[in-house]
Design a protein around this ligand. Sequence first.
Ligand SMILES: *Cc1c(COP(=O)(O)O)cnc(C)c1O
Length: 485
Amino acid sequence: MKLIFEKSSSGRQGFKLPASDVPLKATLADKYLRKVPAELPEVSELDVVRHFTQLSQKNFSVDANFYPLGSCTMKYNAKFTEKAAAMPGFADLHPLLPQLKGGERYVQGALEVLFDCEKWLAEITGMKAFTMQPLAGAHGELTGIMLMAAYHKARGNKKKYVIIPDSAHGTNPASAAVAGYEIISVPSDKKGGMDIDKLKAVLTDEVAGLMMTSPDTHGVFNSSISEIAALIHAVDGIMYYDGANLNATMGRCRPGDIGFDVVHLNLHKTFGTPHGGGGPGSGPVGVGAKLEKFLPISRVIKRQDGSFALDYDQPDSIGYIASFYGNFAIILRAYAYMLLLGADGLKQTSDHAVLNANYILSRLKGHYQAAFDRICMHECLFSASRQTERGVHAIDIAKFLIDQRIHPPTVYFPLTVKEAIMIEPTETESKETMDVFVEAMIRADALTKTDPGSFHHLPLTMPISRPDETKAAREMNVNFFAPKA
Ligand SMILES: *Cc1c(COP(=O)(O)O)cnc(C)c1O
């Protein structure tokens, strides 16, 4: 197929398919075919390189800056894992290969990676089996809730509600609602955990299950999980563990051992794979024995002779939840990450993540109001309530940090704490980097006392200062920087 280079009536140049060589012509109606050449810009390689290099420099990334965004686990992504994902034996595989006659033998290595990942994650979480297919944390949640629904359907249970604590990530109620359940929100108690009396008050036979994050978005590990699990299991409910951030407990505590039946993990948080601009993510789902037969297809199996295969013969399965086998190149990076660190390394990861968060908590609690007066897990939570009395809000402090080349922590989440500032340094940051951050936070606090008004013009160093964020989200104009026509 050859492209024809042409000038359009407006004088711009572009490429066009020759009429004789239009393979789509047979399938597309005439009215959809291009009458004039597409106006593609003509630029040199150097201009393209400059354009993308400059864009990459505008991108705020962990490779260049501290990024303590709470709940998002913006840890450094080891370059070693990129190497693994680029290996031609994996990168050049076609996703349809396993389904072609004789194709299976070419994908044995890839299937082994999936098989091992499932096995290792099952070991880490105390679950019976895993699926690597879900394409994000929220997708894992939806898969998990669909497994929950399949379980109740198979048992003839009439279930209507999913219970979710008020500190949960917003995707939890969204996933349960998409799967057809109504949500009951349970408030947190004064120490940040779920209020068990309030839970008991809403528990009925119509409860399908409970979704829980622990450590939760308060950075608090719930010490009553076994008691909560017993209550939920007593009404034949399913305990769902939101393990998006396993970073605090990996290698220390297994959800399967403390009463959870289903769990999702975010490889793009705990397992050091890139977040991407909203993807590609990966949210594998693990289940205990009672949910295993409902797992999505295909499943990776190991035959007696040691070879690997994809099995579609799963009569009770909830079916397909993703095309092919998940975000394979991301799974590969997580595989390399687990191999690199080993069991002891993963455990150390959690220890250092918790240590770092507590270091920041202890250094800042004299300046900012700690949301809970206790040791935190992988993230620490403050309220800018003292600063607010001086007219400076959490958002103002976030803007101050941007001018210091520090990505702001998560602000205004969780919703349970007013003027929330939620800081997650992760284990990959050095004490020196955390000190630079802590000192910037202390300077911000000092400035709220001497010149609170100065915050309202910040940031001064960015192309955009203070957009109307709600309007920006609703009327997204991605051409903001494009030259006006
Ligand atoms: C990030 C996160 C999610 C959602 O994960 P996505 O991959 O962004 O869909 C769910 N729960 C918690 C606690 C999270 O931190």
